[in-house]
Design a protein around this ligand. Structure first.
Ligand code: PRX
Length: 635
């Protein structure tokens, strides 16, 4: 069976085959990768425990697929092009050969510092090439990386380090983001007060922000590299991994207060990210691919590092932000590096749209051939702006729907091959079997329908467990509906059978493409000394997609309403990180609750959205009068 997809007809044929013969289909894809030993069985699974095992018995190392196998043919091709935060600073290019050498060298540094296969290593770094090197070096020696996004607080880092009992941390002195210099090492120092499992901290020099180095625990990246250089052998043979050995943990928010460590394994994740990268973007040799995500999120893991590199692509990574020094920065980067593919987020597009067309006019975007969007629903206005002003109506836009848990893209157009439709993720990729169900788990068949989005058959990139708590994985994803993986998203399938993701149906918010649990934000707000309780909901926000609206019971304030709001925002920033700051805080005397004490979020959501005309039946509430007060006090 020819698995190449060059036309819509090919897609239909391959898709049908992937559903009829999933194991043969995935074996065909997996054959294009390098294995030390092939699998005994393609797939073993059940969604009840759940127990999902792909390519069982196979041996590999993902870095041999991302680096070694390209050395002969692509050794001098750029693997990573790095654009610094400050446009005045020189950009850097790492060829596959250079990246291979640096990964081996740093893998030896990790070993020298006691790291072994199976150890958990926390990485908290800015978007510099060394972040990709650190990730790959962990994978090289079989250590499990847990990358924590730079916008998280010391407390959040500590929670993640403790949950996984990390023994080593890789960080930098500081980071540059737009006009700001952000401390990194000192945040780690605050986190480590609570993390006895950490024995070593390796610190990269980036900003020359003053730091305190603790004797015996902390070492400079550069010094450690020198040490291994003087030891001679620059190579570091890759550790042989089982296909189902853990590759990494990535923490993500859910509907409970505590983020969970989503676990991905070596073989399936490699096959899935490599295949979907090559297929969705129709990557052609020599193309420059620019993904604006941060490696701290799943998009960066799958589509800056592993997917592109396993396919021998040139991955352009950017340290800064789209609006600094001005709102033309992304377009300058496209122009300078002649990027052919641009993969970005709706929130970035919406914020750039706000600056008008001046920053775009005069920029040479003629190198662009394909565009992609990820992270949240893309509204039609942003879709058309992207199409008209960036793609000049000649670049297909792939609106890619997926999740941290899915490992890679699930529902998406295939660039230039399958149709696009503004606001729609369109059709499932080969191997992906979506299903819509009603509240009771009954399948909703046919077209022009909507329901809760589930997946009914495993795919290689799916999560295997949540670290240290398999039961949580089962109850969160596999227990809501029998024998289905539940995504937490609502979805419609239009008359043509195209999928449009309508947003989360659980208590998860998507703020600027960042996932936040309402309970997580509430817990943080409740840490403030004067707060008695709070309820957090999302509301439509022009740029962020969703904003955070907090209803807070705080009868005794230390200062004015405004200063208390600031204190609460500061508390959330300290507990979770600046990304979780509430946009609006309304002080209320009580929350609408049922007689059994359950907060009626539906009512709060409607009020936050400004839709107060029909709040439904409020007579069953413990104190119906509170609704009138909240309605009137809406911000
Ligand atoms: O609600 C969906 C939304 O983002 C959620 C996953 O968030 P996260 O795990 O942080 O991963 C983001 C990057 C893959 C989903 O449950 N989402 C993601 N992509 C889209 C989307 N919503 C609509 N359209 C998309 N293309």
């Amino acid at each position: 069976m020819d698995l190449q997809i060059n036309s819509f007809e090919d897609y239909k044929r391959v898709y049908e085959y992937s559903v009829a013969e999933p194991e043969k289909f995935w074996a065909g894809i997996a054959d294009t990768f390098t294995w030390r030993k092939k699998w005994d069985k393609v797939l073993n699974w059940n969604f009840t425990e759940p127990n999902i095992r792909w390519f069982e018995g196979a041996k590999l190392n993902i870095t041999e697929n991302c680096l070694d196998r390209h050395l002969e043919t692509l050794g001098n091709q750029p693997a990573i092009i790095w654009e610094p935060n400050d446009p005045e600073e020189d950009h850097r290019v790492l060829t596959y050969k250079q990246l291979h050498d640096k990964v081996c060298q740093f893998a030896n540094v990790l070993k020298n510092n006691g790291a072994q296969k199976g150890d958990r290593i926390c990485i908290y770094m800015p978007m510099v090439p060394e972040l990709a090197i650190a990730v790959l070096a962990c994978a090289r020696i079989g250590a499990i990386h847990s990358v924590v996004f730079g916008g998280f607080s010391a407390q959040s880092i500590a929670d993640r380090i403790q949950d996984a009992s990390c023994s080593l941390v890789i960080t930098s002195d500081g980071a540059f983001r737009g006009g700001k210099e952000i401390p990194m090492k000192s945040v780690i120092d605050d986190a480590l007060v609570r993390c006895p499992s950490v024995k070593k901290v390796i610190v990269l020099t980036r900003s020359r922000t003053p730091v305190s180095m603790i004797k015996g625990r902390d070492a400079w990246w550069e010094d450690e590299v020198k040490k291994v250089e003087t030891m001679g052998n620059p190579d570091c043979p890759a550790e042989e991994m089982d296909a189902e050995d853990m590759l990494f943990i990535l923490y993500t928010s859910g509907s409970t207060g505590k983020p969970k460590g989503v676990v991905h394994t070596c073989g399936g994740y490699m096959v899935y990210t490599g295949y979907t990268f090559a297929n969705v973007f129709q990557y052609q040799p020599g193309e420059v691919y620019f993904c604006t995500a941060d490696i701290g999120w799943i998009t960066g893991h799958s589509y800056i590092v592993y997917g592109p590199l396993s396919q021998g692509a040139t991955s352009l990574m950017f340290e800064g932000i789209p609006t600094w020094p001005d709102a033309g920065r992304l377009w300058n980067i496209v122009q300078i590096h002649k990027a052919n593919i641009l993969y970005t987020a709706p929130t970035a597009l919406r914020s750039l749209m706000g600056f008008g067309l001046d920053p775009v006019i005069g920029k040479d975007l003629s190198s662009l051939k394909k565009l992609g969007s990820v992270g949240e629903p893309i509204n039609e206005e942003a879709w058309h702006w992207f199409d008209d002003h960036i793609g000049h109506n000649k670049c297909p836009i792939v609106d890619t729907w997926w999740q941290t848990e899915t490992g890679g893209i699930m529902i998406s157009p295939i660039a230039g091959v399958t149709p696009t439709k503004p606001g729609y993720a369109t059709l499932p990729l080969p191997g992906i079997q979506p299903i819509l169900v009603d509240e009771n788990g009954k399948e909703i068949e046919g077209n022009d329908v909507s329901g809760n989005l589930c997946i009914r058959y495993p795919w290689p990139g799916m999560l295997r467990t949540t670290y240290g708590d398999h039961e949580r994985c089962r109850t969160t994803y596999f227990a809501t509906y029998e024998n289905l993986y539940f995504t937490g998203d609502g979805c419609l399938r239009d008359a043509d059978g195209y999928y449009k993701i309508t947003g989360r149906v659980d208590d998860v918010l998507n703020v600027s493409g960042h996932r936040l649990g309402t309970a997580e934000v509430e817990n943080a707000i409740n840490m403030h000394a004067n707060v008695i309780e709070s309820a957090v909901v999302g509301y439509p926000h022009d740029i962020k997609g969703q904003g955070v609206y907090a209803f807070v019971v705080c009868p005794e304030k230390h200062g004015t309403d405004e200063s208390t709001r600031k204190d609460i925002v500061m508390t959330v920033s300290r507990i979770i990180g600046p990304i979780a700051k509430p946009d609006k805080i309304q002080f209320v005397s009580g929350l609408p609750k049922t007689r059994s004490g359950k907060i009626m979020r539906r009512i709060l959501r409607k009020i936050a959205e400004g839709d107060t005309s029909n709040l439904g039946d409020t007579s069953t509430l413990l104190d119906p009068a509170v609704v009138t007060e909240i309605k009137e006090g809406r911000i």
